[in-house]
Ligand binder design. Structure first.
Ligand code: M6R
Length: 607
């Protein structure tokens, strides 16, 4: 899950490459580098760490040239050093790569035996070495690439420059996304269209096993059999404007505060408030008949999926299965005839989720993707796309895309319940109206941020934090723990409240903050009993509840964060806000890199 970019044109390549890499840095930020062709030989510049390090290096040592490729890395094979940074270069070829070459050991041994010298610990380096080896044996660049690609196992998007030929740039794709950008007298390659938005909105997407020869005037695409093929050029709506933080210190803070607005926008794409109806035009499956809905996703998106299981089963009485994609893709799950498989992915590019989607396709399921990225691979491979209107999410920690996913899934649950007759028209209208009230309830929670910041101080010294929740609050507890771990690096676990006594209760002492998410719903009394069990062991309770809950819970909690009372269907969208703010402020207090936490990347396009 690295980001790659390429340009062939008449202007200086380096500034365009660096600018494009800024838009791709969400894909990884362990190192960055560029290579260009200068008087037909390859020149490169690479730096470990964030893109700013490469920029600083280029200021001192600029790299000229009008043909170039660039890379921002999330390390898989080899530490994030300069030697392991892309582009990987030989005397003849420079390569940037997103993905993993699974048979790199075997290829490396073969190439070393043939006399090639390797400079890095990466899997990627076998690609330029193999192409160079084939060229040394007399193949042209095009022949060498065509012969090398079938020898690679695994996933890749590649950008390739060949010394001695500044009239072409080569791209290839298998498993990892690659877009070709069509400019005016200049052409581009990039991992996604967003990177190219300031330069062109006309893009075509390569399909698996395609490779492309790009000149200044156009592109010729070949499929895996070597046949010349057409890939349609589409016009994206992406804006080239730089995405800023506004008055916020971090993107995450800005994105948290955008939620009332984007949740409202997303809801109204599926909710006709005038007629109080949920609408899913183009969703071509009978929600009355559907025997089962399988929800698959990774990370935070999988917790949106898990929340939806409670809604779809509870409200619509439809059997639902939820799994994380990395497990689902390999476990050969039987899927029923006529079933619907719903994939939740902000990026629409997550490798495991995409593989799970393809498995479900083989099982003849009706494929739906819920995504924030309409041009993504998953969107393109689906029968139907449900879009979240969250706008670009730059912080690695998912916040606004999570709540937008939740609101679409909640609306879908109401639509399914009405279609299946498990709730009547009046009840459906009431539920939808409750969702319609969310933007104002969410704004209300955000107004209490300073009090939540104070509570976050009490997490600062903690070694472990427990999150507990029941019913639809359980996935929010899991999300709280995930968020806290990923940006503040404090160890946290989420548990179903009732499970606590089956193990994690052993952790509790006067040093362990226990964050209990318990709105005053039908399970509230049970949650209070669990809270008392924590109190009896001197656990430091932080209770997230509504006013009625705060009143009923008694005085066992060290801190109470009160959220507005909402319909139980809307409750996870309200309780997840304090959970996000707690982790955000805990991270700020600890001085971590909130928007780009260590070891992570926003888009995980490798297994
Ligand atoms: O793009 P996706 O929604 O498929 O990404 C899935 C996860 O990688 C993602 O939700 C991740 O867990 C979040 N960045 C965590 O905040």
């Amino acid at each position: 899950m690295c980001g790659i970019i390429g340009i062939i044109g008449t202007r200086e390549a380096a500034p365009v490459l660096v600018d494009g890499l800024k838009r791709l840095e969400y894909r990884g930020y362990d190192s960055a580098g560029i290579a260009t062709l200068v008087n037909s030989h390859i020149e490169g510049c690479r730096a470990p760490g964030k893109l700013a390090n490469l920029e600083a290096k280029l200021l001192v040592d600029p790299v000229p040239g009008t043909v170039g490729i660039g890379h921002t890395r999330w390390a898989t094979h080899g530490e994030p050093t300069e030697a392991n940074a892309h582009p990987h270069m030989t005397e003849k070829v420079a390569v940037v790569h997103n993905g993993i070459i699974e048979n790199f050991r075997e290829l490396r041994d073969e190439l070393i035996a043939a006399g090639r010298n390797f400079q890095s610990d990466t899997d990627t380096e076998v690609v330029p070495q193999l192409i160079t080896h084939l060229m040394r044996q007399g193949r042209t660049a095009r022949e060498a690439v065509a012969e090398a690609l079938p020898r690679l196992r695994g996933a890749f998007a590649l950008g390739i420059l060949v010394a001695g030929d500044d009239q072409i740039m080569i791209g290839a794709r298998r498993g990892s996304p690659l877009a070709v950008g069509w400019g005016d007298g200049e052409m581009f390659l990039a991992s996604d269209a967003l990177a190219l938005a300031p330069y062109t909105q006309r893009v075509s997407y390569l399909e698996d096993d395609d490779w492309v020869e790009v000149t200044r005037d156009g592109a010729t695409v070949f499929d895996g059999e070597g046949n010349e093929v057409e890939r349609p050029v589409i016009v994206t709506q992406l804006s080239g404007a730089a995405i800023g933080k506004g008055n916020y210190r971090h993107f995450m803070a800005k994105e948290i505060h955008e939620q009332p607005e984007v949740v409202g926008q997303t809801l109204h794409a599926y909710y006709d408030a005038l007629n109080d109806r949920a609408e899913f035009p183009g969703l071509d499956i009978d929600l009355f008949e559907v025997p089962k809905i399988t929800l698959v996703a990774c990370g935070t998106a999988s917790l949106a999926a898990l929340t939806a299981k409670y809604w779809l089963e509870g409200l619509a009485r439809v059997p639902v299965e939820v799994d994380v994609a990395s497990e689902f893709r390999y476990r050969q799950a039987p899927m029923p005839k006529g079933g619907m498989a719903l994939f939740v992915s902000q990026s629409g590019e997550t490798a495991d989720t995409l593989a799970a989607l393809r498995y479900a396709r083989e099982q003849n399921q009706y494929i739906v993707t819920l995504t924030n990225t309409p041009t993504s691979t998953m969107a393109r491979e689906s029968d139907h796309v449900l879009l979240t209107r969250a706008g670009p999410e730059i912080g690695v920690a998912a916040t606004k895309t999570f709540t937008c996913q939740l609101v679409v899934l909640a609306t879908l649950a109401v639509a399914a319940a009405e279609a299946r007759g498990t709730i009547d028209r009046g009840e459906a209208a009431k539920k939808l109206a409750a969702l319609g009230d969310l933007p104002s309830a969410m704004s209300e929670v955000l107004k209490g941020e300073s009090a939540i910041e104070e509570v976050a101080r009490s997490l600062n010294e903690a070694r472990d934090v427990l999150y507990l929740g029941r019913g639809p609050s359980y996935p929010i507890a899991l999300e709280g723990a995930l968020k806290l771990k990923e940006i503040s690096y404090i160890h946290a676990e989420g548990y179903a409240s009732g499970e606590m006594k089956h193990g994690p209760i052993a952790l509790i002492d006067e040093h362990v903050p226990v964050i209990v998410i318990a709105p005053s719903d039908e399970l509230f009394d049970k949650s209070v009993s669990n809270l008392e069990e924590v109190a009896a062991r001197k656990g430091r309770i932080i209770l997230i509840t509504d006013e009625a809950g705060a009143e009923a819970a008694g005085g066992s909690a060290e801190h109470v964060i009160t959220v507005p009372q909402v319909d139980p269907l809307a409750s996870p969208l309200v309780t997840c806000l304090p959970v996000q703010l707690l982790s955000y402020h805990a991270a700020v207090l600890r001085g971590t890199d909130v928007d780009q936490p260590r070891n992570l990347a926003k888009s995980v396009t490798v297994e």
